[in-house]
Design a protein around this ligand. Structure first.
Ligand SMILES: Nc1ncnc2c1ncn2[C@@H]1O[C@H](COP(=O)(O)OP(=O)(O)O)[C@@H](O)[C@H]1O
Ligand SMILES: [Mg+2]
Length: 418
């Protein structure tokens, strides 16, 4: 892709209304733009990063045996009356009437809709277990939307729901999803901690939140010395000590990027979601639900991976793995060589952002740092004379001169696992 043909409106100044670094950098790198409080446009680069996160989520959800569906954003009031959440949910639930004065809401989460689907379609034990997920826009009328994609009103969530014959099977699925979550966040390049979470209003018995530790985190979590497990404020032992080792737990700030819940029969009771067992006896379906904030995951990756120059995308979720930057205009040898190497890389199946803009070397190099593309190939005058290009890693700043004929192999070896 050519930089000049893409909508990448980078900003030099730090936007005044952005408090946290991920929000500032996503605005400055031209990845998102606000249209109203907590509601954003995703621009091409931002959407590319989001799509990479989604791809990882899809692969791991499919591997865990879940099937992708897509439910509507708009739901009728009646379903929310059945679960009693029309009253309980409060003002975060955005409600409206259609032209016939019928009442609806925008989905903040989809237990009602999915349980309604499953109670209508599942009759027999033979149709269970089943896990269904979607990646979809949610709406929550948050009182204080802030921090960009981190706490929006409209945001993209992956939500998965599992339906099992009994408690034992449901708990097994819970831990399978828990492991899938570990893989998803690892593959996204995040350092995270699973946190035993409180029981809250819904009354679930087992739940973990996945937290990315960062100063900007909105939640307090108490983490073991080894960093392998944490406790939320309402789950932490009174003495704030690790029950296993007796060592003190350390207080951190965390960004909740995902949460898994064992729901038991809360929704299947409310919706009379039942199946017939082999003896023909009616049994309640046992449920779990599993959410990931897609935009929040991308933002959390930036909170953990940046420097004073800009974003340092983890390779797997970078909008492009590679940028090619000629240090001269279209009439120069540098530019011609840059176009050639871009084509060669693309032929090798690598996505490349070619900075073909008529700007100075300084502008292009600064923007490359800001955008956080993990690898860059710089084509300068000296290199052309020596038959070399410079390959630079964003994260370490390490520069390697590579013979022109070896650039594709060199780069391919570095982006292969993305
Ligand atoms: N307002 C929001 N903006 C962006 N992402 C959100 C928002 N609310 C929730 N999420 C994401 O969706 C995931 C699942 O949501 P859930 O656990 O139901 O929400 P909450 O923890 O706010 O009650 C959260 O772990 C988080 O990553
Ligand atoms: Mg949560």
């Amino acid at each position: 892709m050519k930089f000049s043909e893409m909508l990448i409106p980078t900003l030099r100044e730090v936007p005044s209304d952005a408090e946290v670094i991920s929000h500032q950098l996503m605005l400055r790198a031209g990845m998102i733009r606000k249209i109203a409080a907590g509601i954003y446009n995703y621009l091409p680069l931002g959407l590319r990063a989001i799509k990479k996160v989604e791809k990882i989520i899809r692969e791991e959800m499919n591997a865990a045996g879940a099937q992708e569906v897509l439910l509507p954003i708009v739901m009728p009031k009646e379903l929310w009356i059945e679960s009693k959440r029309w009253e309980v949910y409060g003002k975060e639930l955005l409600r409206f009437k259609d032209r016939h004065e019928r009442e609806f809401c925008f989905g903040p989460t989809h237990e009602e809709a999915i349980t309604d689907l499953v109670r209508n379609e599942v009759r027999s034990y033979r149709q269970l277990p089943i896990s269904l997920y979607q990646i979809q826009t949610k709406f929550r009328d948050e009182i204080r939307p802030r921090f960009g994609l981190m706490r929006g009103r409209e945001f993209i969530m992956k939500d998965c729901y599992s339906f099992e014959r009994d408690e034992e099977a449901a708990i097994k699925t819970y831990w399978r999803m828990y492991e899938a979550y570990r893989r998803i966040f690892s593959r996204c390049g995040l350092t995270f901690v699973p946190v035993e979470a409180g029981t809250g209003e819904i009354g679930w018995t087992l739940s973990h939140e996945f937290h990315v530790l960062a100063r900007s985190g909105e939640d307090e979590v108490f983490v073991t010395e080894a960093g392998d497990l944490g406790y939320s404020v309402d789950k932490v032992p009174a003495d704030k000590k690790d029950p296993k080792t007796g060592n003190p737990l350390k207080s951190h700030r965390g960004i909740e990027v995902g949460q898994v819940f064992h729901l038991g029969t809360k929704y299947s009771e409310a919706f009379h979601a039942v199946y017939l067992d082999p003896e023909g006896k009616e049994k309640l379906i046992v449920m779990g639900c599993y959410g990931i904030g897609v935009g929040r995951t991308a933002a959390a990756a930036i909170e953990q991976n940046h420097d004073d120059k800009g974003i340092i995308w983890p390779l797997a979720i970078a909008p492009f793995p590679v940028a090619v930057i000629p240090l001269g205009g279209p009439e120069t040898e540098m530019f011609k060589a840059a176009v050639e190497i871009t084509e060669a890389l693309q032929n090798a199946g690598i996505e490349v952002l070619l900075d073909d803009r008529p700007d100075t070397a300084g502008v292009k190099l600064n923007d490359a740092d800001l955008l956080g593309i993990p690898w860059r190939v710089v084509v300068g005058k000296k290199g052309i004379e020596k038959g070399e290009m410079e390959v630079k890693e964003r994260k370490t700043g390490a520069v390697t001169p590579v013979a022109r004929a070896s650039v594709v192999e060199h780069v391919r070896a570095r982006v292969r696992n993305s």
